[in-house]
Design a protein around this ligand. Sequence first.
Ligand code: NDP
Length: 279
Amino acid sequence: MAEIIDGKRISSEIKEELKEEVAKLKAQGIEGCLAVIQVGNDAASSVYVRNKKKACEYIGIHSKSFELPENTTQEELLKLIGELNADSSVNGILVQLPLPGHIEEKTIINAISPKKDVDGFHPESVGSLTIGQKGFVSCTPAGIIELLKRSDVFIDGKNCVVVGRSNIVGKPMALLMLRENATVTITHSHTKNLKEICKSADILIVAVGKKEFITGEYIKEGAVVIDVGIHRDENNKLSGDVKYEEAAEKASKITPVPGGVGPMTIAMLMHNCVLAMKS
Ligand code: NDP
């Protein structure tokens, strides 16, 4: 049976480290402030925003909350971002996604100053990651690297298969694994022989967005399995993109859902906020 990679414990460990770092920065007169913008009142987004603000409070940085009505125009949102970009008391800007349909996400992401892009979604941040320069890294993939390292998974030289190529998970994940010297295969909805490719993975990272899509048949004996997926059923029970019981029979280490990748995303957002304070 696989060993569980405990994202809850590791994320708490990271938040404790960040809390200490923030205290040291404060002693040098450096304060942190994250601006969190939410447009509309999507229930899931409200929970994420609340948790992000709570994490800020926990590690000792301020958060400025902007709860804008659903009918906010793109121009109004761009104006606010412009003001926050110019406000030297704000180190990080986060716009909670998804945005209402009349606002173009790409335009909003591109408007955030790369210096304050704590989500790591700005093209400049993505470009820096691609060519190995310093910059903010998308929080979920960055959290997965921390999960692997802090669970003593050796990445260098390993075969890594990433299922999914989204801009916020799959692609940055593949780039980060490449940076750690893994041999990386990216798969997507047009991939042929997905099962065989997944079975070649020493480290299998699944961000496909389909409930329990990856069964035991996709997993090599002894592989490390990271499940990024989050699915909530009608009874509020969470499950992932991986069929956990079957996968745990084959894997050497595995992340559960909940309690695996999920808690790492906010911890790494806080990490990015502390980086922003220092730059
Ligand atoms: P997207 O829907 O943006 O991307 C899904 C990817 O899976 C696409 O690249 C798609 O390929 C690929 N795909 C779809 N079907 C198949 C298939 N049959 N075979 C192979 N690949 C396939 O999802 P995200 O990356 O945003 O999220 C993935 C999951 O992770 C979701 O469940 C989401 O809720 C969760 N998530 C969890 C986070 C956390 O904090 N734990 C954070 C972010 C996401 P193609 O490009 O060809 O369409």
